[in-house]
Design a protein around this ligand. Structure first.
Ligand code: AMP
Length: 464
């Protein structure tokens, strides 16, 4: 089935073609015809599936047929975070290029004045986060009685963020006769209740979770002691051909501290978390997208749904507390057909979280047994640490690129041992033997070899 079979207008088809998309994704195939027919819809899908276009495309055609630039907003899209709202707005600009629709982005963290001005001119599409929308309501700046089309996106995340009461209130301010589309990665009872209350005879479409079905993401669990996490992460980052990586932490303070520590170790990293000003977040994100930095340390909320193309690796520095977050986090890689790798550092305290994740995704994640080369140094007393070789702090010294297409068998085979220590590391031997046996576990064997080098005084990376 092609886009042309979905019932979209020629103008829209041109915009889709210009965007470089040839075939609709499963959620687009299933959702677009129903939305065009005016039906309510529950879409069980998450970011990475093409769900944004699944509602933006039919919305543009529906709104394009009506009276544009009406005085009251004609449609409303609710997003849990500012970044997601901004991303949806970008989609409207991209696909709406052949239509004359007006749009207002109502998000926190930016001046309200311009948003109010845009509202006064009249808009076809409002894209808002619940907090800012409620704020404008309370100030009497907005009327939603002309809003016949409502999208509640990422409903389960709205729940996590405590937005459900706001959403319920917002729904009561829209006309009863309207079309409502609700998207959610999961359907917990509260969201089901919300859908029962505010949707009428919805069509339900469900697409496979990218995280469970996406064979393009290679997932690893890395058991590690809590005190060794930073060293282990650095080892993993150095061991592979990391083009771009997102590193997730559970707390904002961890995001900040980890980013500082990575920068100190010579990595080109930046951070994004909920305590930053909106403008700052966007600026850092742009630096990452442009390639000024290649590592983004992020919290869940800040990174939710971000559409950053070509992320080669995702690292869960902290195992996520909620299994759904795992699915969302690793969904940043392996997008739209590309392959990706996801590592989750797991301390003994995280065992339960991992069990929950495996229950949700219905698969056992393979364990790697890397031995961290840095760990030994990190744990050593200060004077011993100083004795470790320092080879400068520059990126060049810390990350000598390995050949990209190194065959796995060669990886797993013992390295020429000229540099190997007299005293081999037992953990390294286990990892190498495993890797040799299974023909996988590349990071493990690399990390293990690095341990040996470090102990032999030939570490390539600077101390931190
Ligand atoms: P989303 O799930 O909306 O976050 O979209 C995930 C990614 O898929 C975005 O980079 C979209 O630009 C891209 N995308 C959306 N629709 C298609 C399509 N039909 N073919 C290829 N990529 C798409």
């Amino acid at each position: 089935m092609s886009f042309a079979d979905l019932g979209l207008s020629d103008e829209l088809l041109r915009a889709v073609t210009d965007s470089g998309y040839t075939d609709p994704t499963p959620i687009q195939r299933q959702a677009i015809p129903s939305v065009l027919m005016g039906k309510d819809l529950i879409g069980i899908a998450q970011t990475g599936t093409g769900k944004t276009a699944a509602f933006v495309l039919p919305m543009i055609d529906i709104l394009g047929e009506g009276r544009t630039r009406a005085l009251m907003p004609r449609s409303l899209i609710l997003e849990p975070t500012r970044e997601l709202a901004a991303q949806v707005a970008e989609n409207f600009v991209k696909y709406g290029t052949n239509h004359k629709l007006s749009m207002a982005l109502l998000i926190g963290g930016v001046q309200m004045g311009d948003q109010v001005k845009a509202l006064e001119k009249g808009v076809d599409v409002l894209i808002a986060t619940p907090g800012r929308l409620m704020d404008l309501f309370q100030r009497g700046k907005i009327l939603l009685t002309g809003c016949n089309l409502l999208v509640i996106d990422e409903a389960d995340r709205m729940l996590d963020m405590g937005f459900i009461p706001d959403i319920e209130e917002i729904c009561t301010k829209l006309p009863k006769q309207r079309q409502t589309l609700l998207f959610s990665a999961t359907m917990p009872p509260v969201i089901k209740k919300l859908a029962d209350k505010f949707l009428t005879d919805p069509k339900r479409v469900e697409v496979a979770r990218p995280a469970t079905a996406n064979v393009n993401i290679k997932q690893w669990v890395v058991p590690v002691a809590a005190s060794d996490k930073r060293g282990m992460l650095r080892d993993l980052l150095r061991a592979e051909d990391v083009t771009t990586a997102i590193i997730f932490c559970n707390r904002k303070t961890t995001v900040r501290d980890l980013n500082k520590s990575l920068q100190k170790s010579g990595f080109r990293s930046t951070e994004i978390h909920g305590d930053m000003e909106q403008s700052q977040r966007i600026a850092e994100l742009e630096r990452f997208k442009k390639g000024d930095v290649n590592i983004l340390v992020a919290s869940d909320v800040a990174a939710r749904g971000l559409d950053i193309k070509g992320v080669s690796h995702v690292y869960n520095f902290d195992a996520p507390w909620h299994p759904d977050d795992y699915v969302h986090r690793i969904g940043r890689t392996g997008r739209a057909g590309a392959t990706g790798i996801a590592y989750t550092l797991v301390t003994p305290d995280d065992a339960e979280n991992i069990a929950e994740i495996e229950k949700l995704t219905g698969m056992k994640i393979e364990r790697v047994k890397p031995a961290s080369g840095e760990t030994a140094r990190e744990e050593a007393p200060a004077e011993k640490r100083e004795a470790a070789p320092r080879r400068g702090r520059g990126r060049k010294t810390e990350a000598e690129p390995r050949p990209k297409a190194e065959p796995v068998a060669a990886e797993a085979a013992p390295e020429p041992e000229a540099r190997a220590p007299a005293r081999p590391n037992p953990a390294a031997s286990v990892a190498d033997a495993d890797a040799a046996r299974t023909g996988r576990n590349r990071a493990a064997s690399r990390a293990a070899r690095r341990t040996n080098r470090t102990r032999a005084g030939t570490a390539r990376c600077p101390t931190s």
